[in-house]
Design a protein around this ligand. Structure first.
Ligand SMILES: Nc1ncnc2c1ncn2[C@@H]1O[C@H](COP(=O)(O)OP(=O)(O)OP(=O)(O)O)[C@@H](O)[C@H]1O
Ligand SMILES: [Mg+2]
Length: 230
């Protein structure tokens, strides 16, 4: 059965510039149903990333604010949700992957360690279980020879493999919604196709819904069940 999982309702987010507050997105509305991939498309600067950060409550503070609107997840408003509750939702039920995986990976930790950290802190597993879980996740995102990759540092990996690690970390909390902000833009075309195929497989396997932000209409055609134009 089709269920509406997320409702974005007249969302308006502003940034503080020299002469006051200016909206980056204004009265934006769309919704996401269970098990669908919604592509959010629009030209550069139209507010796609701002929308993602607004939903995830990751806007840079101070200097930005949500002026009005609601983001309903299972009927609860994320905009007014207490910060601690939102923090625990982020990384569990709501996960996000970004365009440039290198900036969100810790260069000083091995791949295995960083995925295990997420499992350890979010799911309260033992260190040992977390490490085993990390390996399973690396296998799930189809990293070849996953066991030996566990001890690699991010700089040892290609861009496509790093993005797979980011996806593995996002999956650690078993998200219902994956928000992907141009996750393949920085990759070569063939690698891009592989990562898109992986995301599509995972979405089916794990019953996720996805908001896929992109300006690439070829990508839209490949992944989207529905398109929202900004
Ligand atoms: N930290 C910030 N401070 C001030 N203005 C910002 C900030 N971040 C974004 N903006 C403004 O918000 C608008 C939307 O930016 P956003 O990054 O969401 O665009 P986008 O649609 O994701 O573009 P792209 O396709 O290039 O990623 C832009 O006009 C930008 O100037
Ligand atoms: Mg953007």
């Amino acid at each position: 059965m089709e269920e509406t999982l997320l409702v974005v309702d007249r969302l308006t987010t502003s940034f503080h510039l020299q002469n006051g507050w200016f909206p980056a997105i204004e009265d934006l509305s769309f919704n996401l149903k269970s098990n669908e991939t919604l592509a959010l498309v629009g030209e550069s600067g139209c507010g796609k990333s701002v929308t993602a950060y607004s939903i995830m409550n990751l806007l840079p503070k101070p200097g930005s604010r949500i002026d009005r609107g609601r983001v309903l997840f299972h009927g609860r408003d994320l905009v007014s949700m207490p910060a601690a509750e939102m923090r625990s939702l982020r990384g569990s039920k709501l996960a996000m992957i970004f365009q440039e995986p290198m900036t969100s990976l810790n260069p000083a930790l091995t791949i295995g360690q960083q995925i295990a950290e997420v499992l350890y802190y979010h799911n309260g597993t033992s260190r040992k279980e977390a490490s085993r879980g990390a390996l399973e996740l690396l296998e799930q995102v189809k990293i070849p020879a996953a066991a030996s990759r566990m001890n690699d540092y991010p700089h040892h990996l290609s861009g496509g493999m790093r993005q797979r690690v980011m996806i593995a970390m996002a999956l650690a909390g078993r998200p219902e919604i994956m928000l992907a902000d141009e996750p393949t833009t920085a990759l070569d075309v063939t690698i891009q196709a592989q990562v898109l195929a992986l995301l599509d497989d995972l979405k089916q396997e794990l019953n996720m819904s996805m908001i896929f932000i992109t300006h690439d209409m070829g990508v839209v055609a490949r992944v989207a069940d529905r398109v929202a134009v900004m």
